[in-house]
Design a protein around this ligand. Structure first.
Ligand code: APR
Length: 256
């Protein structure tokens, strides 16, 4: 049975001038991409992030890290955006001011058609030089892993933000400015545990915005959210768009 969407939420969304959406791994779960912190299926239940997702791990064992990301990149390439990603494209097109901030590195929001967006943690499809930071789209394939930067010969790494690394100042400022100025903040599919992203809904709330959370599980954010809807994003977001009576890009029965 699908969850009822409260009428006052629909009224708030329809009247909202500025909306910010934060997404996390849960929005891509139904595309078949594993989340991080779920007890049985999350990546961090099976792998140690300190061995795979830190600059120290790369310095210790670059090949292991490169190969782990190559495995994840392949998983992502075999998957595609689901109805929740498409519903956010509809929201972006229908609302006067909209910003999507994602912690995901899978690129699915862009593939679905979202354009007003910030990828806080980078994008796994991009590669850059570990030494000098050049983003590179080509390199010579040899037996050596990771491959070498065609400019300086340094080892290549995924263009993602590892634990202990900083997020681009400009991306952070845009995300925090938008959160401070929005009238509705929507958090979708994130455990809301990783900073600085987890601070965005708290700032929005403090500055007077209403907060909607969409997540089948309770999180640290649930208690302060004005609406905490416990269901899958691919059920709720398309329902939300339908209730608003906006034009929609998603084709009925499209990929889940
Ligand atoms: N729809 C909505 N939410 C879902 C769904 C779904 N179908 N399935 C799972 N979830 C929720 C889970 O209940 C969980 O709260 O998605 C959340 C995923 O949480 P995490 O695994 O912690 O992922 P995330 O919040 O994106 O992690 C943040 O941590 O390891 C880092 O860099 C990584 O960007 C990541 C960051």
């Amino acid at each position: 049975m699908s969850l009822q969407i409260p009428d006052d939420l629909i009224t708030t969304l329809a009247a909202a001038e500025r909306v910010v959406v934060l997404t996390g791994a849960g929005i891509s779960a139904e595309s078949g991409v594993p989340t991080f912190r779920e007890a049985q299926t999350g990546l961090w239940a099976q792998y140690d992030p300190r061995e795979l997702a830190t600059p120290q791990a790369f310095a210790r064992n670059p090949r292991l890290v490169w190969e782990w990301y190559a495995w994840r990149r392949k998983l992502i390439q075999q998957a595609k955006p689901n109805l929740a990603h498409h519903a956010l494209v509809d929201l972006e097109q229908a609302l006067p001011t909209f910003l999507l901030v994602t912690q995901n590195i899978d690129g699915f929001h862009w593939l679905a058609g979202s354009r007003d967006m910030i990828e806080l943690h980078g994008n796994i499809a991009r590669t850059r030089c570990y030494e000098e930071g050049h983003v590179v789209s080509w390199w010579e394939e040899t037996d050596e892993l990771p491959p070498r930067c065609p400019h300086c010969g340094g080892p290549l790494r995924p263009d993602v933000v590892w634990f202990g690394e900083g997020i681009s100042e400009q991306a952070l400022r845009s995300a925090f400015d938008a959160a401070a100025a929005c009238d509705l903040f929507i958090s979708v599919g994130t455990s809301a545990m990783v900073q600085p992203a987890a601070g965005l809904p708290l700032l929005a709330k403090r500055m007077g915005a209403r907060v909607l959370e969409i997540n089948p599980a309770q999180t640290a954010l649930s208690v302060i959210a004005d609406w905490s809807l416990q269901d899958k994003a691919s059920n709720l977001l398309p329902q939300l768009v339908r209730r608003l009576d906006f034009p929609t890009n998603a084709i009925d029965g499209a990929e889940q």
